[in-house]
Design a protein around this ligand. Structure first.
Ligand code: ADP
Ligand code: MG
Length: 721
């Protein structure tokens, strides 16, 4: 049987041996198809020869001229200067700083050279530094290239020209449309997509009249056609994942609402309209015998925790368990305390589980979660990643809530769901309401999985959400609780640090509280802790008499907790911290935040951090300390924060400035590794991609498999879903 051409290894090409294959592998190029999809970064136009007279500084061009003079000099370093002239009776200077004797010997007066390079204005008129050049024979006019010359992304030990040769050979094996094309003609027509074969050939070797500027932006219709197909494959794979999950059953959670009513009545505030709407959307999903897959997005401080608590109570009312997982211990602990405070009066049991819980207390917690203890099973379980570890078995998990999703990857999200998987569909609840509806279970897979609620404060731009979270329904809390005031944000150079410290003194003298956040790029807990300790020492000596606390990832949980408690109680005026306080921490009286090295952080992260203040009803401010000089890009980014308090706008801007990887966090980048498409650049395609994707799923599901296989391959990204 014939192996598909696309899947053939690069070594199937003449001239590609093991050594070259290894180098190609470093670029992720293993098969012929990988080569086909490895698009040029930019193009060079060698299809014509520009008269020297017509050269423009800054505009790369190809010229041909005869050497009129050669000069070797050693002014500051060895230099070879070659003047060429052509029929346009103009002269161009070529400058070489690196050259060998053989090269110098070839470049003699009278030789005809063809050069490609970018002219610039030098002291003696136009010049090219280190142009690409070759000698051409005198006799007949040498042919020019017929197509634009591709310049490929390369790696050490591989030139673009060599790679271009390999890719050209791979393209010769590009099969006919019949074998290659996956998108059916009617869809191609509807969305005006060229055939894949035409698109690839064009993108690698565009004709001379192609729009170079458009090509280099990746906006040429043929490039967009390739991006379209890739985005569609991504979209389909998430849809598939979703469909697979939805084949399972889930317990229909239809409690009477009594606990939820009592919970709301005891809250010191009324939920906002947005909270009510989203809570209702969640409750509606939970009442169905199919697993909910819902993402709740809400800006920092929009009150997602209340929505989570209502969902958890829906599970409890129906006689099941709910689990809430948070990415940091600090945040998990804060949730635990909030939930305890809310749930105790209702008689609902809340249990805590984190990695640091050891020995007897751990086994007690595990027994409680599994329902094997004397006492009745835990109703709400709160913790960190520890919840997903082996050895953690739930008695009857019906709802998995994951807070601050951007810190977790898709895999972790799935792992928690596995915890609640039950291999048959018999009713297992405790109370009367726990009866599963037998009829609704019919026709479903035997496995039962918990509902999933994902909370995120990283406002994901809509376009991105549709792609990166196509497996989830989305609810948005688009309203902040009343009385919140926007945080005034300023950017100040580190040289004016003393002024900032003065400002803390004044604010704290006024009875306000402040955060000082130390950031360093290293992920290492130790280095971060050291940076925080240094700042702590500095501030303690600069602000004598002020109660200052320190919290970082290397402290014992009890120590951390003691500091956070003291800060929450107002006993500490200034809290020096690492970014451990980034998510979730909630101390309304804190109204001043200083962020060190702000220029190094992503906008979304800064917005998160800033969200720690502006929670009470005093005027709050945030100082972004930066190391001068700021790059233009860094200044632009800090400006976005200065002028906007709207997380969605900030995220859109961040996406524009830095691309999706940064916005979603590194975890997601791996999972959304796009070869050709660029979510920011190609955002406009997404609505069409969605529509086309729906048509494919509807009319030719087998095609969806092929598209996923082609673009995502065997990565088994969602194995076990
Ligand atoms: P986030 O969406 O960032 O997780 P939280 O759930 O931590 O926000 O809520 C932030 C703060 O706002 C908490 O102190 C919470 O008690 C309070 N809060 C939540 N909802 C409301 C509301 N409707 N009115 C007033 N305060 C609220
Ligand atoms: Mg939160």
């Amino acid at each position: 049987m014939r192996e598909s051409t696309a899947a053939q290894p690069v070594t199937a090409l003449p001239g590609v041996g093991q050594a070259l294959a290894k180098t190609l592998e470093r670029l992720g190029l293993r098969t012929l198809q990988d080569l086909w999809f490895h698009l040029p970064l930019r193009y060079e136009d060698r299809t014509r020869i520009t008269p020297i007279r017509d050269l423009q500084p800054g505009a790369a061009a190809q010229v041909e001229g005869r050497i009129e003079a050669v000069e070797r000099g050693f002014r500051y370093r060895p230099q070879l200067r070659v003047a060429i002239g052509d029929d346009s009776r103009a002269t161009l200077l070529l400058r070489f700083f690196h050259f060998n004797a053989a090269q110098a010997n070839q470049l003699v007066v009278g030789t005809l050279l063809r050069c490609y390079g970018e002219p610039r204005l030098g002291a003696q008129g136009l010049e090219m530094v280190h142009p690409q050049y070759r000698r051409v024979a005198d006799t007949a006019a040498a042919a020019v290239e017929e197509r634009l010359t591709p310049v490929y992304p390369v790696t050490e030990g591989l030139s673009s020209a060599r790679l271009a040769g390999v890719i050209a050979r791979a393209l010769q094996r590009l099969p006919a449309d019949a074998e290659l094309e996956l998108i059916p003609p009617d869809l191609r027509k509807a969305y005006r997509l060229a055939s894949l074969r035409d698109a690839l050939l064009f993108a690698h070797r565009p004709p001379p009249d192609a729009d170079l500027a458009q090509l280099e932006l990746g906006l040429h219709p043929t490039q967009q056609r390739l991006a379209f197909e890739e985005l569609m494959a991504q979209h389909l794979s998430l849809k598939r994942l979703r469909a697979r999950v939805r084949q399972h059953a889930a317990p229909a959670l239809r409690g009477g609402g009594e606990l939820r009513r009592r919970f709301l009545a005891a809250l010191p505030f009324a939920p906002t309209h947005a909270q009510q709407r989203v809570a209702a959307e969640v409750a509606h999903d939970l009442a169905k015998p199919a697993p909910m897959l819902r993402l709740v997005q809400g800006d920092v401080g929009s009150g997602k925790t209340v929505v989570a608590a209502l969902a958890a109570l829906a599970a409890v009312e129906a006689g099941f368990q709910a689990a809430l997982m948070a990415p940091t211990e600090l945040l998990a602990e804060q949730h635990f305390r909030n939930f305890q405070r809310w749930m105790q009066p209702l008689g609902v049991e809340v249990v805590w589980l984190a990695g640091k819980l050891k020995g007897k207390s751990r086994s007690a917690a595990l027994a409680h979660i599994a329902g094997s203890a004397e006492a009745h099973p835990a109703q709400i379980v709160i913790g960190t990643h520890a919840l997903m570890q082996e050895g953690v078995a739930f008695h009857d998990l019906a709802l998995a809530i994951i807070d601050e999703q951007h810190r977790f990857g898709v895999h972790q999200r799935l792992a928690l769901r596995e915890k609640g998987r039950v291999a048959q569909a018999a009713p297992r609840g405790r109370g009367m309401e726990a009866e599963l509806e037998g009829s609704a279970m019919e026709g479903r897979l035997e496995d039962r999985v918990p509902h999933q609620l994902v909370l995120t404060a990283t406002p994901i731009p809509r376009t991105l959400a549709m792609t990166a979270y196509a497996d989830l329904d989305v609810s948005i809390i688009d309203e902040l609780p009343p009385g919140r005031r926007p945080v005034t944000t300023v950017a100040i150079a580190n040289a004016r640090r003393h002024e900032v410290i003065e400002r803390i003194r004044a604010a704290c003298a006024d009875g306000r509280q402040a955060y000082w956040v130390c950031t360093i790029i290293e992920e290492s807990d130790l280095l971060q802790a050291q940076a925080a300790e240094a700042a702590y020492a500095e501030l303690t000596s600069a602000l004598p008499g002020l109660a200052i606390g320190l919290v970082h990832g290397r402290l014992k949980p009890a120590q951390k907790q003691a500091v956070m408690d003291a800060f929450a109680a107002g006993k500490i005026a200034l809290l020096v911290a690492t970014t451990v306080i980034e998510v979730g921490v909630d101390v309304p009286n804190a109204s001043l935040m200083i962020v060190e090295n702000a220029e190094r952080l992503g906008l979304a992260q800064l917005h998160q951090l800033r969200g720690r203040v502006g929670r009470g009803n005093v005027e709050s401010s945030c100082v972004l300390l930066y190391q001068a000089p700021l790059s233009a890009m860094a200044r632009q980014r800090l400006d976005v924060l200065r002028v906007s308090n709207d997380g969605f706008r900030i995220a859109e801007k961040d996406l524009e400035l830095r691309g999706p990887g940064e916005v979603l966090g590194t975890r997601q980048t791996g999972e959304l590794a796009l070869r050709i498409a660029d979510l920011a650049r190609d955002a406009a395609l997404l609505p069409q991609v969605q529509r086309a994707g729906a048509t494919v799923l509807d009319q030719s599901p087998a095609l969806a498999d092929k598209l996923i296989e082609r673009w995502i391959g065997q990565a088994a990204r969602y194995a076990g879903a």
